[in-house]
Design a protein around this ligand. Structure first.
Ligand code: NAP
Length: 321
């Protein structure tokens, strides 16, 4: 009986993923082809729900949840992320305040701003867009944010709550991955999960969240040996490395669920200035083996902002109570 468990679970996963309205059935997709997890649609549904919750919050308390976003420097990708966060905040009816600081701003100035925002009752969430310029200590800055306003979930206090299995404000990207799995009703209890990557932002909190879901969790990193073999044992595979197409199709256990967090910008093959975004998983190969897989773009990415907004509402609700 014991030996039958993985096959039973994989069949179950495929059935559940296929049954979800958020699993895209593409043209020509056969039963042996993975369901494509539509993160954009799931994030959009989450934002719709958030808007209703924000409306209720405003009706009850007479003010909107407020998110302050600090951007130091002019990194183009960071500027795009900050703009998108502000736009989405407004879409769900939250208040947003942007602080764009010059790249040479001193660390003390950033810390003073955070202290001011910590004491501002109209601000419920504070987000410092990373990466920071090298002269500013990331750890120091993140530690200065009041844990109750740490909507990115990077403060050691919130990381500690997560580590003891009682998450308060969990980091948005891994929390978004869990929300995807929940939305698709993917069974997690007792499943073997492999998280590749151990960053504070994604890998570590992802592993903690999967542990809370009762998965048997392995974490791999650059020194892990036999990565392909580790992958072949995983029912749930989460990859957050930053190396395009690192994970090949024949590394994936048939029927596994694959969550690709990686965002890699590849130069177009035609030699023009164009580029395309790919994940850490060789998508076409993996989709032939997995039961469900997130595309890049359009998988995990949209969930990150939705979960940031959810954390901001949660912080406002906690502050109000
Ligand atoms: P990171 O801080 O650079 O961490 C990368 C991790 O990958 C490290 O733990 C590293 O191991 C591990 N690693 C590197 N090479 C490896 C290899 N050959 N085999 C196995 N593990 C290896 O990156 P991150 O911030 O976690 O982000 C990871 C990826 O996710 C990036 O592409 C990033 O752009 C993307 N991302 C996406 C979102 C989203 O919203 N979709 C959000 C955040 C990040 P060591 O610890 O041993 O160095």
């Amino acid at each position: 009986m014991q030996n039958q468990k993985p096959e039973m679970n994989n069949a179950n996963r495929l059935e559940k993923a296929n049954a979800s309205p958020h699993a895209q059935v593409g043209p020509g997709r056969s039963a042996a082809h993975a369901a494509i997890i539509d993160g954009k649609a799931i994030a959009s549904a989450l934002c719709k729900d958030l808007k209703t919750r924000v409306d209720h919050f405003k009706a009850r308390h007479g003010y909107a949840p407020g998110l302050a976003v600090i951007l130091v420097g002019e990194d183009p990708a960071s500027a795009i992320y900050v703009r998108r966060k502000g736009e989405q905040c407004r879409v769900v009816g939250m208040k947003t305040m942007e602080y764009r600081l010059h790249v040479e701003t001193r660390e003390e100035t950033v810390l003073e701003l955070i202290q001011r925002l910590n004491g501002d009752s109209a601000v419920h969430g504070i987000l410092v867009q990373l990466p920071l310029p090298p002269h500013i200590g990331t750890r120091t800055v993140l530690a200065a944010i009041a844990p109750s306003k740490d909507v990115d979930g990077f403060h050691v206090t919130n990381a500690g709550w997560l580590a003891i299995g009682e998450p308060t404000l969990a980091p948005c990207t891994p929390w978004g991955c869990i929300r995807l799995l929940h939305t698709l009703n993917i069974p997690l209890r007792g499943e073997r999960a492999l998280v590749i990557g151990r960053s504070v932002i994604v890998g570590r909190p992802m592993a903690q969240l999967l542990l809370i879901e009762d998965c048997t969790v392995t974490i791999a990193h650059r020194y892990s040996e036999n990565l392909a073999d580790l992958c072949r044992e995983a029912d749930i595979l989460v990859v957050a490395v930053g190396i395009p197409n690192l994970i090949r199709g024949d590394w994936i256990k048939p029927g596994a669920v694959v969550i690709d967090v990686g965002i890699n910008r590849l130069q177009s093959a035609d030699g023009t200035n164009g580029h395309r975004i790919v994940g850490d998983v060789a998508f076409d190969e993996a989709a032939r083996v997995a039961s469900a897989i997130t595309p890049v773009p359009g998988g995990v990415g949209p969930m990150t902002i939705a979960c940031l907004l959810e954390n901001t509402l949660r912080a406002a609700e906690i502050a109000a109570s």
